[in-house]
Design a protein around this ligand. Structure first.
Ligand SMILES: [Zn+2]
Length: 159
């Protein structure tokens, strides 16, 4: 499959990569749409965002919808529409139990704030099912979490 990366200010690179296999608790999804966010534009036009320059190839994108491509558990049939939550939760803080988006060391898809960078979604990617992630458990894997949805969000079609 093809993977598009930002390698520097206004410089893109298209490479080939193997189709990923889902890990434990994950499904493989086919991306349908990805929104283009302000941070994506900064990564491309400025070579980074404040305090987070692109230091290695970065696949942008974090607002996406997709369909299930492969669920090894057999729970979700191929073609089930899903929405991807782009955050990987950080270290739980008991006082912030109801605000997991504020936990330290979290990450977002398509972000150069982490090193190695947290890659955005190529056309086919693997994601942890939200239903299998407890609210105070640290999620793992290369992507955010996926939840079934009724219809894809309106966004820009990813080439
Ligand atoms: Zn955004």
């Amino acid at each position: 499959m093809r993977v598009l990366s930002i390698i520097a200010k206004e410089q893109l690179r298209l490479t080939e990569a193997p189709v990923p296999e889902p890990g434990p608790g994950q499904v493989r999804i086919r991306v349908a749409y990805v929104g283009i966010c302000g941070s994506d534009l900064h990564y491309y036009f400025d070579g980074g965002i404040e305090g987070a320059p692109v230091r290695e190839p970065l696949t942008p994108g974090h607002e996406l919808s997709a369909t299930v491509d492969l669920d090894p558990s057999g729970t979700w049939t191929a073609g089930t529409p899903v929405t991807v939550h782009p955050a990987t939760l950080g270290t739980p803080i008991p006082a912030l139990a109801d605000k997991p988006h504020l936990w330290p060391n979290g990450a977002y898809l398509g972000s150069a704030r982490t090193m190695p960078h947290t890659q955005g979604p190529p056309r086919t990617t693997c994601s942890t099912l939200l239903a299998s992630v407890s609210s105070n458990a640290r999620s793992s894997g290369m992507s955010g979490t996926t939840m079934p949805s009724q219809r894809p969000a309106a966004a820009t079609r990813r080439a």
